[in-house]
Design a protein around this ligand. Structure first.
Ligand code: HGY
Ligand code: MN
Ligand code: MN
Length: 408
């Protein structure tokens, strides 16, 4: 059985590898806090007899060799980075569950036919560079161009960040897409409240919603706040109008099918007594249907033109990143459902509103996800929580799934 106390020890250790100040846990990729967390995970991997390594871009792997070196491996894990002021379960619970499975295999003296690898990825959150970066480099979706073509808020390129972190950025041994892998399994918080509301122990994910991020720039003219309302080109008021129109359309016409979030916004010059001439803000769309993204693209374009007309501004909309809705592999969904039952947990098939590395690993391998209940559905905040016993339940089901997939 998975040990909830050991799981608690790992999660609370990871919780404290955080940038100073602010609420909750902040662990952006390639920062000192991330280095400490990575060293802790590597140490825990070695402590449970895994051959631990860090690839050229900061992804961590811990291998337990199988009896048949030619048999496609089973990988399991999640991401080690967080958004700012986050909790300490998002991503981390999946890494700890994979470590716990490795411990149980070792303690029970189980020699699998297949290799088993615990995985901790980097750059899953888009907090510093674009999102899903560690898995995209591992699957060859990103390459040299992204190392030089992406900068963080301080103008540091991904390649510079890697060098400063002490990594080569040598991609030769990073891409694993062509490796034969039986399954990539990710245990993760639901980041919604359905499991809690319905009193279900575990979710078995069938589809992971797509995620489409835009950067919008609205340009007007800086002037004095005493400028009459009908004589100004106010980038802030124009942006508020554009956002409120898009939010109303999404809520009314795409209820239950899509969501819109504006998480970042900046105004220039940013003085109380100056009409802003520039607003730059993000739009994050989520949906399980590609058609919704296509329709919302058209609506956004139309709303940008309306805003330009109405406010005498320029509204530019740039696609920042897009990952389409991704199904989990049917046979892995079935295997996880059976494993949940075998480990005595109730389970519910459901979709994931949040994005995950599993979407990228699915480009080359069969993937599946197990969800843990999120208290009040809260996540990406210090209130993020699930009981350690729930994480142990996830680890037990993961363990049963690994044993079953090993026998196939
Ligand atoms: O953005 C997401 O869906 C996830 O938290 N990376
Ligand atoms: Mn997250
Ligand atoms: Mn996550």
């Amino acid at each position: 059985m998975a040990d909830a106390k050991r799981i608690q020890r790992d999660l609370e250790a990871l919780r404290d590898f955080s940038a100073p100040g602010g609420e909750g846990t902040t662990r952006l990729s390639y920062t000192p806090a991330f280095r400490k967390a990575a060293d802790y995970v590597l140490e825990q991997m070695r402590a449970c007899a895994l051959e631990a390594r860090e690839d050229g871009v900061g992804n961590l792997y811990g291998l337990r060799r199988g009896l048949d070196p030619a048999a496609p491996k089973i990988l399991s894990g999640s991401h080690l980075d967080t958004v700012r002021c986050s909790g300490y379960f998002d991503g981390q619970a999946g890494i700890v569950c994979a470590l716990e499975v490795a411990r149980m295999l070792e303690e029970n003296g189980v020699r699998l036919r297949r290799g088993f690898e615990a995985v901790a990825t980097v750059m899953e959150e888009g907090a510093r560079f674009k999102n899903l970066g560690g898995s995209k480099l591992a699957m060859g979706v990103w390459g040299e161009a992204e190392l030089d073509g992406m900068q963080d808020d301080d103008g540091i390129t991904l390649r510079e960040a890697l060098r400063a972190y002490g990594l080569s950025g040598n991609l030769a041994c990073v891409c694993r897409r062509d490796e034969p892998v039986r399954a990539f399994l990710e245990v993760h918080m639901e980041q919604g409240s359905r499991l809690e509301r319905e009193g279900i122990d575990l979710g078995v994910v069938e589809k992971i919603f797509g995620c489409r991020w835009f950067t919008l720039t609205v340009k007007g003219v800086t002037a004095h706040p005493s400028t009459p309302m009908d004589q100004r080109r106010d980038a802030a008021l124009a942006s508020v109008s554009l956002i409120s129109h898009m939010a109303r359309i999404t809520a009314e016409q795409y209820a239950g099918r899509a969501t819109l979030t504006v998480g970042r916004m900046s105004l220039y010059p940013g003085e109380i007594n100056a009409i802003p001439s520039r607003a730059v803000f993000s739009m994050d769309f989520r949906s399980g249907q590609e058609s919704c993204f296509e329709e919302l693209d058209g609506i956004l374009e139309r709303e940008c033109r309306r805003t330009e007309q109405e406010y005498g501004v320029q509204a530019q909309c740039e696609l920042y990143t897009y990952t389409p809705p991704t199904p989990c592999a049917r046979e892995i969904v079935t295997a996880l459902e059976a494993a949940a039952e075998k480990s005595g947990s109730s389970a519910l098939r459901m979709d994931s509103g949040a994005g995950h590395d599993a979407m990228i690993f699915a480009l080359g391998w069969p993937v599946g996800m197990l969800f843990l209940p999120s208290r009040r559905g809260l996540t990406h905040c210090k209130e993020e929580w699930t009981d350690y016993e729930n994480v142990a339940r996830g680890a037990d089901a993961l363990y049963k799934a690994v044993l079953a997939l090993d026998r196939e």
